[in-house]
Ligand binder design. Structure first.
Ligand SMILES: *Cc1c(COP(=O)(O)O)cnc(C)c1O
Length: 392
């Protein structure tokens, strides 16, 4: 018998997806400025970016990047432990620790790598990885990489989380949750989860990729908003590629935890440090995110305006107070048709389908940034209503 060929198998999956109309496609963006994109030669108003605070193209970040590149060059040249850890990295780690109110912070090259590194370092084979059903893929993958027993609880449901933790009280347990959920925009019940973890002797790990910079005092995130200490949330992960407009990620906590990650997190040890110029740009982003609170106020205003207008037009939203404001469409076909219709009208709003979201919960994932104005929000709402009517 001939053994199965992995690449032929890939091709088969590809053909199946193409037939079902669910193929994912990469589109090259030819130009981007503020909320505007150019794709296939067409200028589109984008509602898809995670650059909530509008920092990705900020002149002060560009300047910091350029200056640091002039001093250090481009690449870090090695892993952190082997001479790649430059002064810029060290200073950024200190800034991030101060911002999040933690003793220490440790940089990773991406949020995906931070989560798999943390979970594989903290959990041994057979331990309990207790996770919200809607957690980001990197948290799920981290639990799998660790060989832990993955126990998923009903989204946002603390009683369900308690049952999953109680399932095996003899094993070490890490409860991981998104702070702001990436496809829904709602915030995890962190206070109640922290109490639960304390009672059950579990470690709480919060992934605040979408909360950092956007939520809480000085934008310090969901954990700061909930007033939780490093004792309550020993593992706080944040990313630098979303609201901070750069790239990379970090884990913050007490010295024992961070020192342990330096020894054991393989996605920290066995990879090249992020370019030092990015660290320099991220330091400026942190400063702007902390102290220019008008950016958060503007986002809150746009979100309120959008939700009010969506309710008036009978659009189905989810209970989110953050700049992630999904519009539920039901079937994957409807979501795709809405997204295509919006594209024809000059709006870039991606459809999110299974397996990224549960079946029947396909949606347009609308996100706002400080680049948008009230008129943009109105134009989007009118366009969604228009396309919806045309489809029905
Ligand atoms: C984007 C995201 C990540 C991954 O971060 P990257 O830096 O893009 O790898 C992890 N967790 C959540 C919740 C995210 O939304």
């Amino acid at each position: 018998m001939r053994r199965p060929h992995p690449i032929e198998r890939l091709a088969r999956v590809q053909a199946e997806r193409a037939a079902a109309g669910t193929l994912r496609r990469v589109r090259a963006v030819q130009a981007a400025e503020g909320a505007w994109l150019q794709i296939d030669g067409r200028r589109l108003l984008g509602f898809a970016s995670n650059d909530y605070l509008g920092l990705a193209q900020h002149p002060r970040l560009r300047e910091a990047l350029w200056r640091a590149a002039s001093r250090w060059g481009v690449g870090a040249t090695a892993a952190h432990l082997l001479g790649g850890h430059r002064g810029e990295h060290e200073a950024l780690e200190q800034d991030l620790a101060r911002w999040t109110g933690r003793d220490r912070a440790l940089l990773f090259s991406t949020g995906y790598m931070a989560n798999i590194g943390v979970l594989a370092a903290l959990l041994d084979e057979g331990d309990s990885a207790v996770q919200d059903k809607l957690n980001h893929a990197s948290l799920i993958d981290g639990a799998r990489l660790a060989g832990a027993c993955l126990r998923r609880y009903v989204h946002g449901d603390v009683d369900s989380a308690r049952r999953q933790l109680a399932a095996d009280p003899s094993k070490a347990a890490v409860l991981s949750t998104d702070g702001v959920f990436s496809m829904d925009g709602d915030i995890a019940p962190l206070g109640a989860l922290a109490r639960l973890c304390r009672e059950e002797g579990a470690v709480l790990h919060v992934d605040d990729a979408h909360g950092l910079g956007v939520v809480g005092p000085e934008g310090a995130g969901c954990v700061a908003q909930a007033g939780l200490s490093a004792g309550d949330v020993p593992v706080l992960m944040g990313t630098l590629g979303k609201a901070l407009g750069v790239a990379g990620a970090f884990v913050a906590g007490d010295a024992t935890m961070i020192d342990g990650l330096v020894q054991r997190a393989r996605s920290y040890v066995y990879t090249t440090a992020m370019p030092p110029a990015l660290a320099a740009a991220a330091r400026v982003a942190v400063e702007i995110a902390r102290f220019e609170s008008w950016r958060r106020e503007r986002l809150a205003h746009l979100v309120a305006h959008f939700r009010h207008g969506a309710a008036a037009r009978g659009l189905e939203l989810v209970p989110s107070t953050t700049p992630i404001q999904p519009v539920l469409a039901g079937s994957a076909e409807t979501a795709v048709a809405l997204s295509r219709g919006l594209l024809e009208l000059g709006f870039y709003v991606p459809a999110i389908r299974p397996p990224t979201v549960p079946s029947g919960k396909s949606r347009l994932r609308v996100t706002f940034s400080v680049h948008h104005g009230e008129a943009d929000v109105e134009a989007l709402l009118d366009a969604i209503s228009h396309v919806r009517q045309r489809l029905s």
